[in-house]
Design a protein around this ligand. Structure first.
Ligand code: SAM
Length: 290
């Protein structure tokens, strides 16, 4: 039997409660995965992944409290995540994706195309499985932006997770100066490992948003990626605007169709124009210009 690497707590809420959920999980030391099922279009299946520690009872109570605040009859289902299962499930949840010039894969056994920029992001505890529609949207918009000939030299990847966007950007545009920040120190370790594996030079630091010294010290940026969630995106919007070069671009994602209007209005009120959006599995990504 392989090691348990995480505890997963799963419950179902209404899709329109995702905003409330963001607030409730904000301070938890947990990774979240939200999945949608076409047969239940009004609902969202939420999985919270915690470290496998003795704190199991505490985790259970926290998840029950959150679930029941949103849905009184919510059932919270527990599942230990075994190293083996995690990997197998990650391969299943995230088959290789092709987004324009990029081919992103988790399973090292897959046959790789020779005419694509191949990016290997193994199954890890940083953001990856499940919600990749947002990542895909960012990768798509980034390539569209580069095709316009926009001058890109310095990029910030806010909420970098596995650093997939940093790596993709560095492999697509030569001599980019790329910086990455994530609130989760473990994600930064993984991000740096992934960057090194792809021979990408990445400067990365753990920190909370744009106040992180690495972020402040290297501003302004020509492009900022922020694939986070609706609430952090709204909280960060002023700093994000300030740290962009005049005429610079932002690719934001992590919000769904029901949240799109609110997020885009907030950014447009600051002075951003929205160039285009892409939507997949109800998740939206937007390309903005300052
Ligand atoms: C949806 S994932 C995106 C990962 C990756 N950039 C991608 O596109 O696949 C969001 C990431 O934002 C990080 N995050 C959440 N709040 C943050 C904050 N206040 N400051 C920095 N990172 C944050 C999370 O730890 C998580 O790794």
């Amino acid at each position: 039997m392989s090691d348990i690497i995480a505890y997963k707590w799963q419950f179902t809420i209404e899709k329109e409660q995702l905003d409330q959920l963001d607030f409730l999980v904000e301070d938890l030391m947990a990774s979240m995965d939200v999945a949608f099922d076409d047969d239940r279009p009004e609902q969202a299946d939420v999985s919270l992944f915690f470290e496998a520690t003795d704190d199991m009872q505490n985790q259970k109570e926290t998840c029950m409290r959150i679930a029941q605040q949103l849905n009184q009859s919510a059932e919270v289902v527990f599942e230990p995540v075994y190293a083996e299962n995690w990997q197998a499930k990650a391969y299943e949840d995230m088959p290789p994706i092709e987004v324009g010039a990029f081919y992103v894969y988790q399973n090292p056994e897959v046959e790789k195309p020779t005419d694509k920029i191949c990016i290997h992001i193994p199954a890890q505890m940083a953001f990856g499985t499940g919600s990749h529609a947002t990542t895909e949207g960012c990768l798509k918009l980034f390539q569209e932006l580069v095709k316009t000939g926009a001058p890109l030299h310095k990029v910030m990847d806010m909420g970098a997770g596995t650093a997939i966007l940093s790596i993709a950007a560095s492999l697509f545009v030569e001599n980019l100066d790329v910086y990455a920040v994530d609130i989760d120190p473990d994600a930064i370790v993984i991000a740096l490992e992934n960057a090194q594996k792809h021979k990408v030079s990445l400067k990365a630091a753990a920190g909370d948003g744009f106040k992180t010294p690495l972020c402040v010290q290297n501003a302004p940026y020509d492009l900022i990626f922020a694939n986070i969630l609706k609430n952090p995106l709204l909280m960060m919007k002023d700093d994000l605007y300030d740290q962009l070069q005049a005429g610079g671009y932002a690719i934001i994602s992590g919000f769904d169709e029901t949240q799109q209007q609110e997020v885009l209005d907030a950014y447009q009120n600051l002075g951003f124009s929205c160039i285009t959006t892409v939507t997949k599995d109800a998740w939206v990504a937007a390309l903005l210009r300052k």
